[in-house]
Design a binder for this molecule. Structure first.
Ligand code: NAD
Ligand code: UDP
Length: 316
């Protein structure tokens, strides 16, 4: 039996955070969930509230936090382009001040800290698929820069704390992840398409739909985060976390329409500024260092996600 730990999850009432909290509780740990509810909600962790090992604190990570924990997962940050572009200054503060505050906490406590970084550090990549040594093609001034450069700065901070203070850091670069508890209206492609398909409304394709993404089911992603945290101390990452199966947005739309049994057609809208053309992780490092491989194929994950949204629509 592994020892019970007290684990801090920032952004714990968001989409990924809520699944991570549930998994950590399931493994017998105590969980301290910290969130300012910018893009997450109490509803996401409602079913965890009855567990005495779960604690929820409303707090903005741009302000210092003084708690006693054994491990930190730093997930706080809106992930949907619609959300992170809504208040770009706050997004940068969350990425940068949030990282400084959580790293300071980890340093005081001498504990491991995981950073939820992102494939967006590669920007609109000229290298395909993306390996961890690729340095990216990011606009420092574009509409996505608050998030992309914020996350790049956070990575720089994590490795500065590693070099300067010997802090045990773990950096995961998360590629597009989907699953139950995504917000129905957060603007991300999977939730948008599913909601539109379930309502038999036109499915909105931005651009010509030939841009690609690779989608990872949330349970696979959480497994990868847990493995990274448990990996030997000298393995810091950055490590790509995602499913290397790549699809165009047109293929995604067709699959969702079919699986939802929908009468929707597709409608084309202008492509947002700086929208990456293609994205696919090279996960050789995660395979080798963590023995990790995604297990849930897209169609299976989409079925589960569609079922969740169907239930949510019935309750609404
Ligand atoms: P999400 O928006 O559902 O969750 C983020 C959570 O952080 C929300 O609950 C939000 O309220 C909280 N938050 C935001 N700013 C905060 C602040 N200043 N203080 C405290 N809490 C704050 O997004 P998600 O998909 O769950 O993403 C979680 C993390 O994973 C983010 O850091 C994101 O950048 C990263 N990530 C996610 C994906 C993905 O596909 N889901 C891809 C790459 C990276
Ligand atoms: N997209 C789309 N229709 C939508 C929402 C998004 O065609 O209703 C496209 C978007 O332009 C991008 C891809 O889907 O090319 C993934 O978008 P998302 O916002 O989910 O994530 P990100 O761009 O950050 O990978």
């Amino acid at each position: 039996m592994f020892p019970r730990k007290r684990v801090l999850v920032t952004g714990g009432s968001g989409f990924l955070g809520s699944h991570l909290c549930a998994r950590l509780l399931h493994e017998g740990h105590e969980v301290l969930c910290v969130d300012n509810f910018f893009s997450g909600s109490r509803a996401n962790v409602e079913e965890l509230m009855d567990d005495r090992r779960f604690e929820l604190i409303r707090h903005d990570v741009t302000f210092p936090l003084f708690v006693e924990v054994d491990e930190i997962y730093n997930l706080a940050c809106p992930a949907s382009p619609v959300h992170y572009q809504h208040d770009p200054v706050q997004t940068i503060k969350t990425c940068v001040h949030g990282a400084i505050n959580m790293l300071g906490l980890a340093k005081r406590l001498g504990v491991r800290i995981f950073q939820a970084s992102t494939s967006e550090v590669y920007g609109d990549p000229e290298v395909h698929p993306q390996t961890e040594d690729y340095r990216g093609c990011v606009s420092p001034i574009g509409v996505r820069s608050c998030y992309d450069e914020g996350k790049r700065c956070a990575e720089a901070l994590f490795f500065a704390y590693r070099r300067q203070h010997g802090l045990p850091v773990k950096v995961g670069r998360i590629f597009n992840t989907y699953g139950p508890r995504m917000l129905p209206h957060d603007g991300r492609v999977v939730s948008n398409f599913i909601m539109q398909a379930l309502r038999n409304e036109p499915v909105t394709i931005y651009g010509d739909g030939t841009q690609t993404r690779s989608f990872c089911y949330v349970d696979d992603l959480v497994e990868c985060m847990i493995r990274l945290m448990a990996s030997p101390e000298d393995f810091t990452g950055p490590v790509n976390m995602g499913n290397p199966s790549e699809f165009t947005m047109l293929e995604l739309a067709e699959t969702i329409i079919e699986l939802a049994g929908s009468r929707s057609g597709v409608i084309f809208h202008p492509l947002p500024e700086d929208d990456p053309r293609q994205r696919r992780p090279d996960i050789s490092l995660a395979r080798k260092a963590l023995g990790w491989e995604p297990a849930v194929p897209l169609r299976e994950g989409l079925k589960r996600t569609i079922a969740y949204f169907e239930e949510a629509l019935k309750r609404a």
